[in-house]
Design a protein around this ligand. Structure first.
Ligand code: HEM
Length: 383
């Protein structure tokens, strides 16, 4: 198949971006759900942030928090900004607030022991190695199976158990209530995981253990998949980055960190204002629907020099791809390691990675909260 030059693809993306920037709007008129904006929300976040770091968006009927410091402050105040909006995903940990959440979190954190993390890294490596082909869809045939396989191993599910979950997800996709139906199937399958037994053995009631197993699957698979896909996309669209990573494999870690910063798998996390609360000089009313925009905070020029650029030398600059505070991602180490291992495997098994189709033809899963390639056909040139 034909190989498309990265420079051409970059020029086309820049042209597309210019078209989007022409339509930049104010907080009064913007609708972050509109497809044109979801396809490239970043310039819009920037324009909005110049208006204010905390804004009400009437078209979306929610408050959005865009500044790095304002997002940090809200994440640090669960008593003012509750996680209740997540109650349909999991009411036990993710949607619970401290101090109840703190107790559960302590038990769940024990499941991520150094021994388990090491086992999951070995699984990520084994799965990645087995999936490399001369040509492959890096989303469907690489990022997704690696992320699912590692999460299934964390849950202690055998291959049949994982297949049943994947099947249930596919079936529920075509229904009127995809999340509701998938959640019900996951709950039915949860007792087949060893994690369920570990949680109930630690004194957690069965219904709560089902909810936690379900949360792990939902929180661990799509997020990690998106990070792997995004990182591979950047490698194939930027020759100089690919050369740098091949010349010095130690750069992969800061590179993945930059991908996480620039493209967190969830652009925003929801919160409920528990009272009239002040944030960066703005009063948000009690009961308001608030979205903390991690993507915008991660590109705040007040925190990051050249915020839209990948730099290998940012050191410990603090991004919010994994959240922060009471609900900071409990699987961050596993997600990070899995992404690093999957991309490192593709790099060391190839002399070059390249796109098999023009990059501007890539279709994205694009919503107000996520922007991720749906498929990514790549060529893996043998060494
Ligand atoms: C690279 C991939 C990942 C990213 C970017 C990510 C991101 C996040 C974010 C932003 C939150 C905070 C949500 C909020 O405050 O509203 C979170 C929480 C969480 N994540 Fe992850 N995650 C990733 C991988 C994983 C994995 C692999 C697991 C485990 C299987 C996991 C399990 C969880 C859990 C259980 C929570 C809830 C923690 C709590 O409420 O105390 N995540 N994640």
């Amino acid at each position: 198949m034909r190989r498309y030059p990265a420079a051409l693809a970059r020029r086309m993306r820049a042209l597309l971006r210019r078209r989007t920037t022409a339509e930049l709007q104010s907080s009064a008129t913007i609708d972050l759900r509109s497809p044109g904006i979801a396809a490239d929300p970043f310039p819009h976040y920037e324009t909005l942030r110049r208006e204010g770091s905390v804004l009400f968006l009437p078209q979306n009927d929610y408050w959005i928090v865009l500044g790095h410091e304002a997002v940090r402050s809200a994440l640090a105040r669960p008593e003012h900004f509750s996680n209740a909006p997540y109650r349909d995903v999991d009411a036990v940990l993710l949607a619970a607030d401290p101090p109840v959440q703190t107790v559960i979190r302590r038990t769940v954190a024990r499941l991520f022991s150094p021994a388990v993390t090491a086992r999951l890294e070995a699984t990520a490596s084994r799965l990645s190695e087995a999936l490399v082909r001369p040509e492959l869809d890096a989303v469907a045939n690489y990022a997704i199976p690696v992320s699912r396989g590692v999460t299934a191993d964390l849950l202690g599910l055998d291959a049949a158990g994982m297949d049943d979950i994947v099947h249930a997800e596919e079936v529920s996709r075509g229904t009127a209530d995809p999340l509701g139906n998938f959640v019900r199937s996951l709950d039915a399958l949860a007792p087949r995981s060893t994690m369920f037994g570990a949680l109930t053995g630690a004194g957690i009631p069965e219904e709560s253990a089902r909810s936690l197993v379900r949360l792990m699957w939902l929180a661990g698979t799509t997020t990690t998949q998106r990070v792997i896909s995004r990182t591979i996309l950047r490698v194939i669209e930027c020759d100089s980055d690919q050369r740098a990573l091949r010349a010095d494999p130690a750069l992969l870690r800061p590179f993945v960190e930059e991908i996480l910063r620039l493209h967190p798998p969830e652009h925003m996390v929801p919160r409920l204002a528990m009272a009239d609360v002040e944030l960066d000089g703005v009063t948000i009313p009690a009961g308001a629907d608030v979205r903390l925009c991690l993507s915008a905070a991660n590109r705040d020029p007040a925190q990051f020099g050249q915020p839209d650029r990948i730099r290998f030398d940012r050191g410990n600059a603090r991004h919010f791809a994994f959240g922060s505070g009471a609900h900071a991602c409990i699987g961050a180490q596993v997600g990070r390691a899995t992404a690093n291992i999957a991309v490192a495997t593709l790099l060391h098994r190839s002399a070059a990675l390249h796109a098999l189709r023009p990059l501007h033809e890539i279709r994205y899963f694009a919503t107000e909260a996520a922007l991720s390639p749906e498929s990514l056909e790549i060529g893996v040139m043998p060494i």
